[in-house]
Design a protein around this ligand. Structure first.
Ligand code: NAP
Length: 275
């Protein structure tokens, strides 16, 4: 990496942010494509101050993570229609001082799903009703999937189901026999709680699954969650969280640089860091 006075700055804003694998992923992509750019992680408490820094330092592109994906919206100059619908921004592009907001979580999740399954007409159960569930729900809806939201808190689950024009079902009533696609968007099963899964094992059994059933977990630490292991043992197709993470990063790279993202390099770099 040859940093000089022409190097463009990209970064992630989050809190906490020290665990983020985005700097590793994006710097590997910049290096591989010969882009004179560098990507750093910034712990940001006050998003308004963060926005002011973007303008002061002419930061070219920013990834936005917890807890700023919604609170950044009032500071964005132009909102992509999908990000507006979702109500969350995870990607900012600085075009000549004008800040554009996008949601690449939505695009990344859809791309990860489409690697393994069609979405149109498929019954899709989404576990969780937070920011990731909202982004993924809008993506699945755009592709013609029929959604059911399963959530721990009924009021939050019902609200997301209403916004997506979908059904709500209490988590304990989930029955895998009725769905083609199951997506976990909760942190249940993430390190250090790797022995947990978001649904009861008895609600996903090999004699209940529909042919071609696909289970995606958006957690990527560990790569193989308990849910993914259980689903594979039942005969489901599985998609790990690394796939969505790398695709959402690839969409960011393409929005920022206008170049095709080196997907394999990005995936390999993050995978190595997780092993
Ligand atoms: P969020 O807005 O805080 O939502 C979390 C959801 O999980 C809520 O619906 C919450 O239910 C549910 N939940 C939390 N703990 C639970 C528990 N013990 N049992 C049952 N449900 C529980 O978080 P988010 O932004 O959507 O992110 C969720 C996860 O996705 C995080 O682990 C994040 O790292 C991951 N993620 C991955 C990617 C990727 O690229 N792979 C991208 C974005 C996010 P209640 O409504 O009942 O509180």
């Amino acid at each position: 990496m040859n940093i000089d006075s022409k190097t463009d700055l990209y970064c992630v804003f989050g809190n906490p942010v020290s665990h983020s694998l985005s700097p590793l992923m994006h710097n590997s992509a910049f290096n591989h494509t010969g882009q004179n750019s560098v990507y750093l992680a910034f712990k940001i408490e006050d998003i308004e101050a963060g926005i002011s820094a973007i303008r002061t330092f002419n930061v070219k592109g920013i990834s936005i993570t917890i807890p700023h994906k919604v609170s950044i919206i009032p500071y964005i100059d132009e909102l992509d229609p999908a990000a507006r619908k979702i109500g969350a921004v995870n990607t900012v592009v600085n075009r000549d001082g004008k800040l554009w907001g996008y949601n690449s979580d939505c695009l990344g999740a859809v791309a990860a799903l489409e690697d393994k399954t069609a979405i149109a007409g498929k019954k899709t159960a989404i576990v969780g009703a937070g920011g990731a569930a909202r982004a993924i729900g809008f993506g699945v809806q755009e592709k013609g999937g029929k959604i059911i939201i399963l959530n721990r808190s009924a009021d939050k689950g019902r609200l997301l189901a209403k916004d997506l024009n979908a059904q709500f079902c209490p988590l304990e009533d989930f029955n895998s026999a009725e769905y083609d696609i199951l997506i976990n968007t909760t942190p249940v099963g993430m390190t250090p709680n790797t022995n947990s899964m978001p649904i009861k094992p008895s609600s996903l059994k090999s004699d209940m699954i529909v042919p071609g059933m696909t289970v995606m977990d958006i957690i990527y630490n560990p790569l193989e969650t308990k849910l993914i292991k259980h689903a594979a043992a039942c005969g489901c197709k599985t998609i790990d969280g690394l796939s969505m993470f790398v695709y959402q990063g690839a969409f960011q790279f393409e929005l920022w640089t206008g170049k095709k993202a080196p997907l394999d390099i990005m995936k390999q770099t993050v995978k190595q860091a997780l092993m």
